[in-house]
Design a protein around this ligand. Structure first.
Ligand SMILES: O=C(O)C1=C[C@@H](OP(=O)(O)O)[C@@H](O)[C@H](O)C1
Ligand SMILES: C=C(OP(=O)(O)O)C(=O)O
Length: 456
């Protein structure tokens, strides 16, 4: 429903968006449910014996991808209002493990694909395909596949990429577990996948994370999920060693999904960039999502943000200044904060962000190109992105959304502050993580037009 109580118009399946410049943003929103906790809780629920109610799940495509794959694998999936009730593989009438010989399609969801690839080591012949060959199909899976092979699984892949097939129980019987190394430099999702698998193996897993470990925050969210389902583990402070005793069970029960910081970072940045007062609720202070740091970064840039309980209040339109920060701790907020950087005084640098090249698009080079197209100076190194802020964005151009929800959020924010409208291609890909993004901004006073697109 829109704020005046009228039913909102359904967006077309595919669309470009025309972002009109905005004078101000004001109003109150409730942050959407966390994508990363939704995927984790749904998976852990499916691995439990019995029924688990996951309260308030995300409605994003990635959440849908996890629900679809779990159902295809044999878990019971029932949606009740905003909740999902999941009957685990371990509960009657299921067989205890995911079904054999199933083809799973996780869409464009990297975390979903990788978490399920870990669990696939319990199954015979699980095949992973994607209808996003130019996005998820290009993302590397080798570090995880090699770790699974070292544990005894059989893997066939397209050069370490999808499509691929995993079988755990090979001639020597089911895989047992033990000590295994996994590369952690390209993505934390490989280690998270093994963490989900570990408790279900007879010997558990003693994980050694190799290389410069990236994205510690989502790793901690995975461990937090294990704890929420009664699974024991121990981890070194730097997360380079994680030990999970074997033969454990995930305990079924009830878990509630917290608010989503990565998507909310875009709303907070938009609110900081325009006059007006925005209140964003459902964002708990003590939360392991690294993108919570976006609040501190925006404040350091000069934004006026105060917290009242779970609500953040932004009084926007303050002048912003450039910062230099290690962006790895808030990887999914870097695009949103880049919008703030593009309109700040001075040069902002996001350091240690090499993993951004391996997301839905190359979030370093593709972002630099889109910024330059809008007249904003940006430079890159292998693992950093620098942006020189500008006082004025002319707009009046078409920008490429690169099929990447976070690129679409960045370009939208720039459009709100441009002199003339900006068209963003393939803007429907916003649904991967934040289906209500445009609607939420409309509720704050922004204006968009949804136009037919050539991009699929
Ligand atoms: O574990 C997760 O749910 C995620 C981990 C991060 O990826 P990397 O570990 O590849 O940085 C993040 O970017 C992604 O959106 C979700
Ligand atoms: C990179 C992202 O997700 P994933 O890796 O799960 O595809 C994201 O949400 O920005």
């Amino acid at each position: 429903m829109s704020p005046d109580g009228l039913p909102t118009v359904q967006l077309p399946d595919t669309f470009d968006v025309l972002v009109h410049p905005a004078q101000a943003l004001s109003g109150e929103l409730r942050a959407q449910p966390s994508k990363n906790y939704t995927t984790r809780y749904l998976l852990a629920a499916a691995l439990a014996e019995g029924e688990t109610r996951v309260v308030g799940i995300a409605t994003s495509e990635d959440a849908g991808a996890m629900l679809r794959c779990l159902a295809d694998w044999g878990a019971g999936v029932t949606l009740v209002g905003d909740d999902a009730v999941i009957r685990g593989f371990g509960a009657a009438p299921s067989t205890g493990t995911p079904r054999a010989g199933v083809t799973l399609n996780p869409g464009n969801a990297g975390a979903v694909a990788r978490f399920l690839m870990g669990v696939a080591a319990l199954t015979t012949d699980t095949t992973f395909v994607t209808d996003y060959p130019d996005s998820l199909g290009k993302r590397p899976q080798g570090d995880l596949l090699e770790a699974l092979e070292r544990l005894g699984a059989r893997v066939e892949s397209n050069g370490g990429r999808l499509p691929l097939t995993i079988s755990g129980p090979v001639q020597g019987g089911p895989i047992q577990g033990g000590t295994v190394e996994v590369g952690a430099e390209k993505s934390s999702q490989y280690a998270s996948a093994l963490i989900f698998l570990g408790p279900l193996l007879p010997l558990g897993l003693d994980l050694r994370l190799t290389g410069q470990i990236k994205s510690h925050a989502p790793l901690r969210q995975t461990l937090d999920t294990l704890a929420a389902f009664g699974v024991r583990f121990s981890a070194s402070e730097d997360l380079s060693r994680i030990s999970i005793p074997g033969g454990q069970k995930y305990a079924a029960g009830r878990v509630s999904v917290p608010g989503d910081y990565p998507g909310s970072a875009a709303i907070l940045a938009a609110a900081a960039l325009l006059p007006g007062e925005v209140r964003l609720g459902n964002l708990r202070e003590n939360d392991l999502q690294g993108e919570r740091e976006a609040v501190a970064v925006l404040r350091e840039m000069g934004a006026d943000i105060v917290r009242e309980g779970d609500t953040l209040i932004v009084r926007g339109g303050q002048p912003l200044n450039a910062v230099t920060r290690d962006g790895d701790g808030f990887t999914d907020a870097v695009q949103a904060l880049t919008a703030a950087a593009a309109l700040a005084v001075g040069e902002t640098t996001w350091e240690n962000v090499s993993t951004l090249r391996l997301k839905e698009c190359d979030r370093i080079s593709d972002t630099r190109r889109e910024l330059e197209g809008l007249g904003i100076h940006a430079t890159e190194t292998a693992d950093s992105l620098s942006i020189t802020g500008t006082g004025k964005i002319a707009g009046g151009i078409t920008a490429d959304g690169h099929g990447d929800h976070r690129m679409i959020m960045l370009l939208t924010l720039l459009g709100l502050r441009a002199e003339a409208p900006i068209r963003i291609t393939g803007a429907h890909h916003i649904r991967k993580s934040y289906p209500l993004f445009f609607r939420h901004l409309e509720d704050l006073g922004a204006r968009f037009e949804y136009l037919p697109t050539d991009t699929h």
